[in-house]
Design a protein. Structure first.
Length: 206
């Protein structure tokens, strides 16, 4: 596999989503959903090629874009401290992370979400823009944030993508939290009849 071309493919898909979401190019929610689902395939191929299985950390970069830092070796914790994005591998305090842009990176940057509360922002993306769910509910349990997604419609067959980045719904939720707080992670997901329970963690950042 040509890794640079894979990364380019991911970038082009994200660029396409960004363009389609602009007011001058309205797009049906099912098309946005299809683009998001399709973008997971390139990422799955990259994770498969590099045999990556550790869960990723969603990080807000200095440019405002959301990145996912995935431990390449053993998971020794999130990337804390200063770092620079240089290619696919980023080194932070002697820890190596595969660094990718998740499908949700551009969506969480749209103007409508800039001042919205987390629950409202997540509902806007999952219910209104992409129709990935019928409704969402969020609440805090201890140090974790729990998202209850009613009638999730996202279809991600790629088990490695889901294991590392979470389902599409979880990935979007984690991206929104990283956008707000700087660093987050999908801890667990549980599918029940007609709903998906997602548990996320927010870390101290910087």
């Amino acid at each position: 596999m040509n890794i640079p071309l894979t990364a380019l493919g991911i970038g082009l898909i994200i660029l396409g989503i960004s363009i389609l979401l602009t007011p001058a190019h309205p797009v049906p929610p099912h098309t946005v959903r299809a683009l998001l689902e399709g973008s997971t395939l390139n990422i799955e191929a990259l994770l498969e090629e590099l045999n990556i299985t550790n869960k990723g950390y969603y990080v807000r970069g200095a440019d405002g874009r959301i990145y996912v830092f995935i431990p390449i070796d053993r998971d020794s914790g999130p990337p804390i401290g200063e770092f620079e994005f240089k290619g696919l591998v980023t080194k932070v305090n002697d820890k190596r992370y595969l660094t990718i842009i998740p499908p949700s990176s551009e969506i969480v940057n749209i103007q409508e979400l800039s001042e919205a509360e987390f629950n409202d922002a997540l509902s806007y993306v999952l219910v209104d823009i992409s129709e990935l769910a019928e409704s969402v509910e969020t609440y805090t349990v201890g140090y974790h944030i729990v998202v209850r997604v009613k009638k999730p419609r996202g279809y991600v067959a790629s088990w490695r993508f889901r294991n590392v980045l979470g389902s599409l719904e979880a990935s979007i939720a984690a991206s929104l939290l990283a956008k707000r707080y700087g660093l987050s992670k999908v801890v667990d997901e549980m599918d029940m009849e007609g709903e998906r329970i997602i548990t996320l963690e927010v870390f101290s950042y910087g």
